[in-house]
Each structure stands twice: as C-alpha cells, then as structure tokens.
Write a protein that binds this ligand. Structure first.
Ligand code: FE
Ligand code: FE
Ligand code: ZN
Length: 276
C-alpha cells in the first residue's frame, strides 16, 4: 500500500485531522505534539482519541508521525533549554504511549557553538535519560540540512548519536528529501548510491519515514527551504524515483511542502497517479 499524506494541524483534535487526511486522499499524517515554538502540552482528550482510533481503523489510516517542537534542543548552550528538552521528551512520549505504536520525530539539535562532539554527546545523554525499556514509542531522528550549528547534517552524525544510546531499538531515522539534498546527498542523480551509503552507515532498517519535499535551494547549500513537489531543485522525476524505489516504497511519505489543504490534495493525487 502507498502510504502518503502530509503535515496537518491537530488543534481540532485527532478525529478532525483524520477526516481531513481522508478528504484529501491521504492515509498517513504528521502533526506537532505542541506549539512548534515550544510551550506546554495540549490537553489530552480521551474521547477524541478513542473516536479517532475507530475512524482510523475503518478508513485505513496508517502510521502517524508526531513531530517535536523546533525548540527542543538537547545540546543547547543554555541549561534551561536542555531542561525543556528533557521535559518535552518525557511528556510527549507519555502522551504517545496511548497509541499502540507511535513515532516521535525530532530535530537532533544545534550545538550553538560548542562543537559537534559535545552536541552529539549531550543529545545521546538526554536520550539515555528519557528512553525506557518497555516504552512502545519509537523516537525518530530527522536528517537535517546542516544550517548553522545543526547536528544531523550527515549520516555519520546520526549514526554517532545512535551508537551512544543504550536502548537503540527505540530509535529510528526520518529522511527529509529537502534536508538531505541541501546537506549534499545527491538524491537527484545518485539515489542508489545515497541509499547504499545510508545503509552502510546507519542501516536501512532504521529508516522509518520519509519527509517528501522539494527544495527552494541549490544542492549542498545547507539551507532548509521546502518547495512544492516538482517546483524546486529536486524536481518531479527525482521525487517519483523516491516514492517508487524498491527500498523506500513501503515507508510512509509525509509532505511538508508550502501548501494549504487544497495544494496537498493536488500533490497527493499527482503522486498517487505516478505510483508504479
Ligand atoms: Fe522536521
Ligand atoms: Fe522534515
Ligand atoms: Zn525542513
């Protein structure tokens, strides 16, 4: 089955977002656990969740991806920010444990000038603190474009974090097509080679989700600006090779393109029509 969908707001609840994704032809979606700029937890609505689970079953909604706030930074120079990261991980994972099996995607972090090595060590330290043996949620590290002091700009950096975490089976990776292209992985001309490299360094069995975006920025620019499908530097043909690639095609694909619902609907229709 082609698992395709987009980022949606759940400010009106899970059920409403579920109906929204079905109305635009999708079967997976991503949402923010809380305000992306930080802030507290959303109040948990058990009735909405129960209704959503029934609706999701009836309408074949697949893997949801929960995205952590952008302000979660386990390797900030500021102790307050690192404390927020711990609290946020713990609270969001507790919320996600309501699901039979959830995915929690986060940006590894920015070392804010103190160096990649310290950054990686601190991210791993926080993960070792918040992950626990019998949790059901998988925590997913997103591959980043490498702007500023962002960690996760290379497969090596992601692998390095994973290697320092004790409960490795709780970790996955999300490949954002815009980010990796900006980070210097040529998924347009050498997709097979990039996937071989990913497999050798991280392991393709870790790959749990694809953020499917075109890019406004040139190859290897380290800039993070998403573009609509087919309108950027990656282009439609390369995107179609990605959704149809034997090693990727069974993964869930989440659009994070600059669109309203109608635009997402058109992209989902286009991609479904080109799925082999
Ligand atoms: Fe992201
Ligand atoms: Fe992304
Ligand atoms: Zn991005």
């Amino acid at each position: 089955m082609f698992k395709i969908g987009c980022h949606l707001s759940i400010s009106n609840g899970f059920l409403s977002a579920g109906k929204e994704i079905v109305s635009i032809g999708g079967n997976v979606f991503q949402y923010f656990s809380r305000n992306p700029q930080g802030g507290g937890m959303r109040a948990w609505n058990q009735k909405d969740f129960d209704d959503f689970m029934i609706y999701a079953e009836q309408n074949h909604i697949e893997t949801l991806l929960c995205h952590a706030p952008y302000t979660l930074n386990a390797c900030s120079a500021k102790p307050d920010t690192r404390d927020f990261a711990r609290r946020c991980f713990k609270e969001d994972i507790a919320m996600l444990e309501h699901f039979p099996h959830a995915y929690y995607n986060f940006h590894p972090g920015s070392h804010t000038g103190r160096g990649v090595e310290i950054g990686i060590a601190e991210i791993a330290e926080v993960l070792n603190e918040v992950l626990y043996e019998d949790m059901k949620t998988t925590v997913v590290l997103e591959c980043m474009a490498g702007k500023g002091s962002e960690i996760g700009r290379s497969f090596e950096e992601i692998a390095e974090i994973i290697s320092k975490v004790k409960l490795k089976d709780k970790l996955g990776v999300c490949l954002d097509t815009c980010h990796v292209y900006s980070a210097g992985y040529d998924i347009v001309n050498h997709l097979d080679d990039v996937l071989k490299e990913f497999d050798a360094i991280i392991g393709l069995d870790r790959l749990k989700a694809i953020h499917l975006n075109d890019s406004k920025m040139p190859f290897a620019s380290n800039k993070d600006r998403h573009e609509k499908i087919g309108q950027g530097t990656i282009g439609l043909e390369a995107i179609l090779r990605i959704i149809n690639h034997p090693k990727l095609r069974d993964l869930p694909f989440y659009l994070e393109t600059p669109n309203e619902l109608e635009g997402y609907k058109e992209e989902i229709e286009l991609l479904k029509s080109k799925r082999i």
